[in-house]
Design a protein around this ligand. Structure first.
Ligand code: DX5
Ligand code: ZN
Length: 221
């Protein structure tokens, strides 16, 4: 599978978001990773559907919306209307509401013609979401605890990537995207790809680089 690089606009200067989107597109990004935070599921607040709506006309690249929010089902409509191509919700935010909430949310995303994904934190065994693999277009394995860019990659997640890729193959879902988010750098990207991830999110590695195109190429291998 071709490795896709999804730079996170969490690391952009929000006062110049339009320029950031243009820069990422010309630097060869495959998707734009939009880190949505609500100040409750995670401490910081970043942005909502309006940011996605405003950047939508600036790029043809898929907008990969990572909802680090409580009650994510309530947000699906806003992001689908805004033009999101992928909406990923957190296992932890859904499971606290009810057993069926996560599957219902994934179904709702799909019903809007948007790709759906489930995200698991570093401390959640990936087996917890195996039952949802048949529903998911993507599985997001957090390699940091969500909330902040610029954190260090948690190497124990490599084993989870292997398990996720193996399980997807076992159930005949080879095309499932396995996305890794948090602390991805030029130093660890090869190991992350070898473990089986095919979508790499990178915020600080791209935005702190003096040559984003070279960095994106390097992350893609
Ligand atoms: C955490 C965010 C970050 C971001 C990537 O909640 O999801 O992981 O996307 O940040 P870097 O690449 O700077 O670790
Ligand atoms: Zn993210």
């Amino acid at each position: 599978m071709q490795t896709k690089i999804a730079p996170s606009i969490l690391s952009a200067d929000f006062s110049k978001m339009g320029e950031a989107i243009k820069m990422l597109e010309s630097a060869g990004a495959d998707m734009i990773h939009c880190d949505v935070m609500d100040g409750s599921f995670v401490e910081p607040i970043t942005f909502g559907g309006q940011m996605v709506r405003d950047i939508r006309p600036l790029t043809k690249l898929p907008l990969d919306c990572h909802l680090m929010v409580e009650h994510p089902k309530t947000q699906v409509g806003f992001f689908a209307d805004a033009g999101a191509d992928i909406i990923t919700v957190h296992y932890k935010a859904c499971r606290k509401i009810s057993k069926s909430y996560l599957a219902e949310t994934l179904e709702l995303i799909k019903s809007r013609g948007v790709k759906c994904g489930v995200a698991v934190n570093p401390d959640v065994p990936v087996e917890k979401v195996f039952d949802l693999f048949p529903l998911c277009d993507m599985v997001l394995l957090m390699s940091v605890f969500p909330g902040y860019g610029g954190q260090k990659f948690i190497p124990e997640v490599l084993e989870k990537i292997r398990k996720a890729r193996e399980y997807a193959a076992t159930i005949g879902r080879e095309e499932t995207d396995i996305e890794v988010d948090g602390g991805v750098t030029l130093e660890n990207a090869a190991a992350i790809r070898r473990a089986g991830a095919n979508v790499l999110v990178a915020g600080s590695a791209v935005f702190r680089s003096d040559d984003p195109a070279k960095t994106i190429g390097g992350l893609r291998g």
